[in-house]
Design a protein around this ligand. Structure first.
Ligand code: C2E
Ligand code: MG
Ligand code: MG
Ligand code: MG
Length: 294
């Protein structure tokens, strides 16, 4: 068949774009009130020590089950919520919900003293001038010691409003609230800010982990990132580990911790509790089996 003529192609193309825009708009409108309607929930992905595979904590990841569109990925709706400002209300909800689980699990005796829950925060939340103060007040109100709680901030988020972010990060450090740089290496990083900002942890993005087995350059990059992090006193967490070879390499270059489907996917709260209760006893008998059997 002949290729469609220019005008025809435009006609076919436009409705698709419009449809996409309509969908985005629809989603953007539906975000408002989604927490109140009970459509949002937190999933928890375990974070493990690479040295001994003990559970160090979990990252809370937002999930949105829309009645019409089904499960919508945070990669899709978080940017929309950031653009509209709805991220502030959603972010508050996430912080409260994470604290609710911390207290629930502490009351049930599930959390030992070095277990923490990490919450992702958007740049827009962090640049609120009272963010750190409010967070500390809320932790105190909930009687949660700081060590049970941590934040993750993406690199690109930080770069967008450095001065305001810097103030809040300094306060958080003073308050002993741990902050990790997320997705390290994927944004427009300035190495200078690593030196001047008080992070406790640097997360190596999955982009540097996925091809470790086949790419010598990626192995070199991962090692360099780990060295860089350690040289400024940060711990290193590797994201997106999907097999034992990646885990072994990251361990060999001194990464402290790991997350990834190899160990566990992000899990609904109850499934996460079950996963933890099955993982720890496995470890005490045979770490190898625990890893290989997962
Ligand atoms: P992130 O914070 O870098 O989270 C890691 C993402 O990688 C998660 O995607 C997780 O499910 C996924 N992941 C973990 N292990 C593996 C693996 O082994 N293989 C693969 N292919 N993927 C893996 P998710 O849950 O879709 O979240 C995407 C992003 O959305 C997050 O990236 C974070 O930036 C943002 N996000 C999620 N929840 C929140 C939230 O509550 N607040 C804010 N502001 N952002 C959030
Ligand atoms: Mg994160
Ligand atoms: Mg990340
Ligand atoms: Mg990411």
């Amino acid at each position: 068949a002949l290729p469609p003529q220019g005008s025809l192609r435009v006609q076919c193309y436009t409705p698709a774009i419009e449809e996409k825009q309509r969908h985005r708009l629809h989603i953007q409108q539906a975000i408002r009130g989604a927490t109140e309607r009970g459509e949002m929930s937190l999933a928890f992905q375990p974070k493990l020590s690479l040295a001994d595979h003990k559970i160090l904590g979990a990252e809370a990841l937002l999930r949105w089950q829309h009645p019409e569109f089904g499960l919508i990925s945070p990669g899709e709706f978080i940017p929309l919520a950031e653009a509209s400002g709805d991220i502030l209300a959603i972010g508050d909800w996430v912080l409260n919900e994470a604290m609710r689980y911390i207290n629930l699990w502490r009351a049930q005796g599930l959390l030992n003293d070095d277990f923490h829950i990490a919450v992702n925060v958007a740049a827009r939340q962090l640049t609120r001038k009272d963010f750190a103060q409010q967070l500390l007040a809320r932790l105190e109100e909930q009687q949660i010691p700081q060590r049970f709680f941590a934040l993750e901030v993406t690199e690109s988020g930080l770069m967008s409003d450095m001065d305001h972010a810097r103030q809040q990060l300094a306060q958080l450090a003073q308050m002993n609230i741990a902050v990790a740089i997320d997705d390290f290496g994927t944004g427009q990083s300035s190495l200078a800010y690593i030196k001047t900002l008080p992070f406790s942890t640097l997360k190596i993005d999955r982009a540097f982990v996925m091809d470790l087995e086949t790419s010598a350059i990626d192995r070199q990059l991962a090692q360099t990132i780990a060295q860089l992090a350690h040289s400024v006193g940060c711990d290193v967490v590797a994201e997106g580990i999907e097999n034992s070879a990646q885990a072994a390499y990251l361990s060999s270059i001194g990464c402290e911790a790991a997350q990834g489907y190899f160990y566990a996917r992000p899990l609904p709260a109850e499934a996460f509790v079950t996963w933890c209760s099955e993982w720890q006893p496995l470890l005490s008998t045979s770490p190898r089996e625990a890893i290989n059997g997962s």
